[in-house]
Design a protein around this ligand. Structure first.
Ligand code: ADP
Length: 476
């Protein structure tokens, strides 16, 4: 169903899209698929609602968000099951995602009360200079399938806390999770038109969003290629944009690191979500003096990971999103082997049905391999070796991506140098899980612009208005 102006509705044409379970290939549901006209209706509703919503006091907007959070809490299992059914991640991880999604709603429920302005020192005794922060306006949000609930709240919670209204387009493969989240908005009795959901063909909906002069803000999470396209299209109406794009995270393990902690770090950053996140580890650089034992320990642990349907208890790694995703992962593995890589474990498709690939560790990775440059978006961990710190920092800094980097060391001086020199928006030092609602998440270079989370996250939905008031006495 689509959700426009506070009402659930079918598409105008009656068209639907089919949603499949990636673990079984089975059809789970068919949902309404809208396009140009429904997106126009949603933008119109958001425009109408903005006039009133922007004037609702921040603390009251925050109260709505807290109500949304409490409704989501009562539905954690239901939302998590939907996530697992439509995108495959293990149920325990899906629950973790829902709790993460709620954490953003709660955090911005508080932040709604703290949209401050500034008072500036004037250059004249009879002038008063102030900066006001006001909501940007109608916001178009486009989200991906890999975190089909939390990507939505990371955008909508700060947007509506700031006083914006939203039209959301989720990924076509995961609309059911979006519907579940919107059910919570509906139950919280957000005023009609504050949030709107349009499901359907990406380009058609995206074109209406980018061409509309009413839409003042576009927030997107997805591939760098689509992000670039949307940036170009948004230029015509000079929208404010936030882009969370691709990544190619390096994972540095120095000779002074705790190897077991680093191995656990790889399990979390490479195999959670079957490697399908933009902050997934893509390149593991291990100091040559510990590379052999690291490879051995890692492959032992990776061999123990259980691959299967995310609904089954004990599953560590679920399916990939589509058969094409499996083809890409397989092609990266084949290319690595053709370039002198050695498979320490895994390396093959698995399962009689569903989009499964074995958790894989590849040794002797090198710069000739595709895996060293392109995002694999799958459960494949390539191990490179290095000799010294300067060399590995140069290797770690990617040509075009700059989202997340991880480094494991117990040397404080080295850690300080890495923090300075790694060209990434997020750096985890001995921390494989650096993402929290109070911190800014976002990349540099072609990994994007703008932040989600923290104080920076709400500023993305606000614009500054400078006001100068003169009370000059007339010269006699
Ligand atoms: P992924 O490869 O992770 O699916 P995409 O960038 O293709 O990443 O998709 C992320 C989101 O962008 C999805 O909601 C998708 O439907 C949407 N999308 C893809 N192409 C376009 C487009 N041309 N215009 C607007 N949205 C698009």
């Amino acid at each position: 169903m689509l959700y426009i102006n506070g009402e659930w509705k079918k598409s105008n044409s009656g068209e639907t899209i089919d949603i499949f379970n990636p673990a079984t290939g089975e059809l789970i549901s068919s949902v309404a698929s809208g396009g140009k006209t429904e997106t126009e209706e949603a933008i119109y509703a958001a425009e109408g609602a903005f006039k009133k919503w922007r004037k609702v006091p921040g603390p009251k907007r925050g109260k709505y968000l807290k109500k949304v959070a409490s409704i989501m809490k009562s539905k954690v299992n239901e939302i998590a099951e939907t996530i697992t059914m439509e995108m495959g991640k293990p149920l325990a991880d899906a629950k973790g995602e829902v709790l993460g999604a709620i954490a953003y709603v709660e955090w911005y429920g508080e932040e709604a009360s703290r949209v401050y302005g500034d008072i500036l020192p004037a250059s004249h005794p009879d002038k008063q200079l102030t900066v006001h922060r006001q909501p940007v306006g109608v916001t178009a949000a486009i989200t991906p399938w890999n975190f089909p609930a939390s990507m939505i709240t990371r955008k909508i919670a700060p947007a509506i806390a700031a006083g914006c209204t939203v039209v959301l387009k989720p990924a076509p493969s995961t609309p059911l999770s979006a519907i579940k989240v919107f059910e919570c908005f509906h139950e919280a009795e957000l005023p009609a038109g504050v949030v709107n959901l349009v499901i359907g063909p990406a380009e058609e909906i995206g074109d209406v969003m980018t061409e509309s002069p009413v839409v003042r803000k576009l927030t997107f999470t997805g591939s760098t290629a689509v992000g670039k396209l949307l940036l170009k299209k948004s230029a015509a109406t000079v929208k404010k944009v936030s882009m969370e794009l691709g990544g190619h995270a390096p994972f540095l393990v120095f000779e002074d690191a705790d190897i077991d902690t680093a191995v656990t770090g790889v399990l979390l950053t490479k195999f959670k979500n079957a490697g399908q996140t933009c902050i997934s580890t893509n390149r593991i650089y291990v100091h040559e003096s510990i590379a052999e034992s690291f490879g051995q320990k890692l492959s032992e642990k990776v061999s123990e990971l259980r691959v299967g349907n995310g609904m089954e208890k004990g599953t560590d790694v679920g399916p990939l999103i589509t058969p094409e995703a499996v083809n890409k992962v397989e092609s990266h593995v084949k290319d690595a082997v053709a370039n002198e890589g050695k498979i320490l474990c895994g390396g093959n498709r698995t399962g009689e049905k569903g989009n499964f690939f074995e958790p894989t560790v590849i040794n002797f990775a090198n710069e000739k391999m595709k895996i060293s440059k392109e995002e694999t978006f799958g459960p494949v961990a390539p191990i490179f070796t290095f000799t010294d710190e300067e060399e590995v920092i140069n290797l770690a800094n990617h040509d075009s991506y700059g989202l997340a980097a991880y480094c494991f060391t117990n040397d404080l001086g080295r850690s300080n140098r890495l923090i300075q020199d790694l060209e990434y928006g997020i750096v985890g030092v001995n921390d494989p899980a650096p993402i929290v609602p109070q911190a800014p998440f976002g990349g540099v270079k072609e990994s994007g612009m703008g932040k989600e989370g923290g104080r920076s996250g709400i500023l993305e939905y606000l614009e500054e208005k400078f006001v100068s008031v003169a009370s000059l006495k007339r010269e006699e």
